[in-house]
Design a binder for this molecule. Structure first.
Ligand code: GLU
Length: 305
């Protein structure tokens, strides 16, 4: 496996030159575009990796499936579905994805910003601090790393360049679709996006989802299998922004990407994969990362279709 990963990594590295590092959040623009790392954790517990796989970066949108899981654990399926829908928007992650007439909870997708902001408000806890701490604890368990924390510089940068997200949150509030203090909910969202991980943590999150809610090796259950099916289905239909359809054809596994250039892929019953390469394509997905996943999928027959 390691030889295969090394070979694919060298084949895909040049693609990074065709992409652009996200710069709408100034702190993200500091990433080195030529970085490329991949980490795989198999259902047998075997770890394999290549490249810059211990380079830290922030979760960004990959926190959305974790927020969804936390929301489902705290509110149940019906509780979540009364606030956040299931259908792909086919629009960019920060789009105001409905016209004035049709803004209702059924149009809010959990893998775009509006849905993520609503899900921040669904986390249970007596105080804002407790609610964020619970999300962080779930992230640590999923990542298999008790040290996972927030990158404060990225958090400050997100918060001071978050006008679009503020607009989305206040719009939701004005429609009665967002409970609680808007600034507090937004702060939770900015912090959540700024949780720092590496390719190993992403592969571990993917491995738990691929193992339907059980930790690799110990097989300890950390959430019900029905919730893994829920999250994986949402990842399959809308995890890769408005490039999810093409990704389903080219790669064919549930996955989520983030604007830091990270991708977390779930190969049900087989493996979790974490990739980092910050140069993005026009839709916000890591350009070398998708190339690498496409090749890996072909070599190992990973597509579920
Ligand atoms: N922090 C980012 C934002 O809301 C997350 C976007 C993403 O990774 O898609 O602008």
């Amino acid at each position: 496996m390691e030889e295969l990963l090394e070979r694919l990594l060298e084949e895909c590295r040049p693609y990074a030159q065709q992409g652009r590092v996200a710069d709408y959040i100034p702190e993200l623009s500091k990433a080195r575009p030529d970085t490329l790392g991949v980490y795989v954790i198999g259902s047998d517990g075997k770890h394999s990796w290549a490249g810059d796989c211990r380079q830290p970066f922030t979760l960004q949108s990959i926190v959305k499936p974790i927020l969804l899981l936390q929301a489902l654990l705290d509110n149940g399926v019906e509780g979540v579905q009364s606030r956040v829908g299931m259908e792909a928007t086919g629009k960019p992650f920060d789009a105001i994805n409905a016209s004035d007439q049709s803004l209702d909870s059924g149009h809010i997708n959990p893998m775009v910003n509006m849905g993520a902001i609503v899900m921040c408000s669904l986390i249970h806890g007596d105080s804002y601090a407790e609610r964020f701490q619970r999300l962080l604890e779930l992230t640590r368990r999923l990542a298999g790393d008790g040290e996972v924390g927030v990158d404060e510089a990225v958090y400050r940068s997100e918060k001071s360049h978050g006008s679009k997200n503020r607009a989305l949150a206040y719009l939701l509030k004005s429609y009665g679709l967002l409970e609680g203090d808007v600034e507090e909910v937004l702060d939770c969202y900015f912090r959540a996006c700024s949780i720092q991980v590496d390719c190993r943590s992403l592969a571990h999150i993917g491995a738990v989802l691929s193992n339907r809610g059980r930790l690799p090796v110990s097989n300890q259950r950390i959430f019900p299998s029905g919730l893994a099916r829920y999250v994986n289905a949402i990842l399959m239909t809308c995890g890769m922004y408005d490039g999810s359809g093409e990704f389903a054809i080219r790669v064919g596994v549930p996955a989520k990407s983030g604007v830091s250039g990270d991708i977390m892929a779930v190969v049900p019953t087989r493996m979790g994969i974490g990739i980092y390469s910050p140069a993005l394509d026009g839709k916000g997905n890591s350009i070398a990362g998708i190339q690498l996943l496409e090749r890996l999928s072909k070599e190992l027959f990973l597509s579920i279709f």
